[in-house]
Design a protein around this ligand. Structure first.
Ligand code: GDP
Ligand code: FE
Ligand code: FE
Ligand code: FE
Length: 187
């Protein structure tokens, strides 16, 4: 499938705003892939599909977790945490994506994980810094993205965890493991 076909397939599954976000993630992910010598086509497709499950029915997603034996800890966390792993399931089962790196980039784009690949970091970071994102500190993250993939990944994870703590939200275990892993890489 080509870019336009993927875009046409995701468009009816999300509101306009999310579609515009997705285009931003796609463009940013391609730029980062170019910059860091990663496969641009993989970045493009993973970015287009990353939020495909964002508006799927929660009960349906929880059933997928059980049927497909995904991480059982996901049950009860809601669509914010479910849409990554279920998105990877949809990418594989509906779109025929078999590349494990692309599937992991979609699967872990919300939480991160220990030992992320370059492509996974690119999708995680692109999701956060794409041009339509507006939050305090986003420009600092955009600048960091041109310096070091590990440094910007680390800064993005710290930003997300800081936000979750400030807003008194629970932190999913993978998010904490990802943070600890990134701190080990800090010099
Ligand atoms: P989006 O799908 O493009 O909006 O972005 P993400 O998939 O990265 O994140 C979706 C939401 O999940 C955001 O509001 C994050 O703050 C939230 N989120 C990320 N990690 C965690 C976590 O560990 N726990 C909780 N409760 N929420 C999280
Ligand atoms: Fe997402
Ligand atoms: Fe994100
Ligand atoms: Fe997103």
């Amino acid at each position: 499938m080509e870019r336009e076909q993927y875009l046409a397939a995701i468009k009816p599954r999300m509101p306009e705003k999310r579609y515009i976000h997705t285009i931003g993630v796609m463009e940013t992910a391609i730029e980062l892939a170019k910059f860091y010598g990663e496969d641009e086509k993989k970045a493009e497709i993973a970015a287009i599909l990353h939020d495909i499950a964002k508006y799927a029915d929660i009960e349906w997603m929880e059933q997928i977790v059980l049927d497909e034996k995904l991480d059982a800890r996901l049950i009860g966390w809601g669509s914010e945490l479910l849409h990554g792993p279920v998105g990877a399931y949809i990418a594989e089962s509906e779109f025929g994506i078999v590349d494990e790196d692309m599937l992991n980039a979609i699967r872990f784009h919300t939480t991160g994980r220990v030992g992320m690949s370059r492509l996974e970091k690119i999708i995680f970071v692109a999701d956060m810094i794409e041009p339509n994102r507006k939050f305090d500190g986003v420009d600092r993250l955009r600048k960091k993205a041109k310096k070091s993939l590990d440094k910007v990944m680390s800064a993005c994870v710290r930003h997300t965890l800081g936000f979750l703590i400030d807003t008194k939200q629970p932190i999913y275990p993978l998010s904490i493991e990802c943070y600890n892993d990134m701190m080990k890489r800090e010099d």
